[in-house]
Design a protein around this ligand. Structure first.
Ligand SMILES: NC(=O)c1ccc[n+]([C@@H]2O[C@H](COP(=O)([O-])OP(=O)(O)OC[C@H]3O[C@@H](n4cnc5c(N)ncnc54)[C@H](OP(=O)(O)O)[C@@H]3O)[C@@H](O)[C@H]2O)c1
Length: 333
């Protein structure tokens, strides 16, 4: 049997037990040209919250009654498709379910002989690509830049900070709680950390960046974006990657009041969507893989188990009760 999660109700605020419904149905037989994948891990991403709103975005919303969209990685169990072999590891957008029948479209074989497969949903997957292109091509960092990143102990932020270190920047990470702040400085090599839960964010950015900042990589929006805007150096770049502090608050979204700081400092603020860089992923993965092998790029996954625990696990993105990339192991044993 295949367990799948469908979107049952559009959430207002934080998703709850009515948001999704678990369905069970027999695993379909595959036809000519198709393959059957057993999904091992499902990626839990803040963007999934936006896909549940019935509003225009960079991608179509998930419709009520449809399978919940999600990034996945798993193994080919059966194949009638000449491009895929049984036993191969494949990643794609198979959604929140244990088994997927596919014609192969949108699936990518992954060589996980050197690294565990979950890394391909994290540091070498969509979040890692976001960090890479966001900080290098949108943030346009150069040696000596002062870089501040929020969501710094998360999937994207932790990679952003480490790439900026590799490129010779001074890096300050903003994260929630002492444990995460210690992780980014002691384990990942950030120069300084700010605990936004216990410190005044405006004062803390001023203290850690006394001459201001050149690049702010924004994962959270809200007050933290405002605090970063208040400390810009001339020609600073702000990368708008996400605004997780506002995702459950769509009707009353808080924007920065002090955006005129962009004018005063001849600064730019640019949004980015990772998919725009898809044709460059292989090159990025190669370079990032090299950094991983050299020990320059570290990563962590918080892995929870069981498709039944999807909702409780998803909430951790917003409460912060996880470190690095959040994954759900759904393999049917
Ligand atoms: N533009 C793109 O193409 C693209 C692609 C991927 C991701 N994103 C965006 O990038 C951001 C990070 O994604 P991710 O996958 O790396 O998630 P993540 O950082 O691994 O997880 C989310 C983290 O956000 C922090 N957070 C939650 N609520 C917060 C709040 N109110 N204020 C400040 N921090 C809060 C929590 O950490 P703390 O414990 O530190 O609070 C939590 O661990 C998200 O906004 C996401 O939507 C954008």
């Amino acid at each position: 049997m295949n367990k799948q999660l469908i979107l049952n109700e559009r959430p207002k605020g934080m998703p709850d037990s009515n948001t999704w419904k678990l369905l069970e149905s027999p695993i379909p037989d595959i036809k000519d040209g198709e393959l059957l994948i057993q999904n091992h891990f499902i990626s839990l991403d803040p963007a999934m919250r936006g896909w549940m709103n019935d509003s225009k975005s960079y991608i179509e919303p998930v419709q009520l009654g449809d399978l919940m969209r999600a990034g996945t990685i798993g193994k080919v169990l059966q194949s009638n498709n000449k491009n895929f072999q049984v036993g191969q590891t494949v990643m794609g957008w198979s959604g929140v379910q244990q088994y997927t029948v596919s014609n192969g479209e949108g699936l990518y074989p992954v060589d996980d002989s050197q690294l565990p497969m979950q890394k391909f949903l994290g540091v070498l997957g969509m979040p890692g690509m976001t960090a890479y292109f966001g900080i290098l091509q949108v943030g346009k960092i150069k040696e000596g830049d002062v870089v501040v990143v929020s969501g710094a102990a998360g999937a994207v932020g932790s990679v952003v900070g480490q790439i900026a270190k590799i490129k010779g920047c001074y890096v300050v990470g903003i994260a929630g709680g002492e444990e995460k702040c210690k992780y980014i400085t002691n384990q990942l090599g950030f120069d300084a950390a700010i605990d936004y839960r216990s410190q005044n964010i405006f004062d803390a950015i001023k203290e850690t960046c006394p001459k201001g900042l050149d690049v702010y990589f924004d994962n959270v929006g809200g007050e933290i974006l405002e605090a970063a805007l208040s400390r810009l150096r001339k020609h600073a770049r702000i990368v708008i990657c996400g605004a997780i502090s506002q995702y459950n608050n769509i009707d009353d979204m808080k924007g920065p009041r002090n955006y005129m700081s962009l004018l005063v400092n001849r600064a730019t603020m640019q949004g980015m969507v990772v998919m725009d860089y898809a044709n460059q992923y292989p090159k990025a993965m190669q370079e990032m893989g090299g950094w991983i092998m050299e020990g320059k790029l570290k990563s962590n996954e918080s892995i929870y188990e069981g498709i039944e625990n999807f909702q409780e696990t998803f909430k951790r993105l917003f409460t912060g009760e996880k470190l690095g990339k959040l994954l759900l192991k759904v393999i049917d044993k």
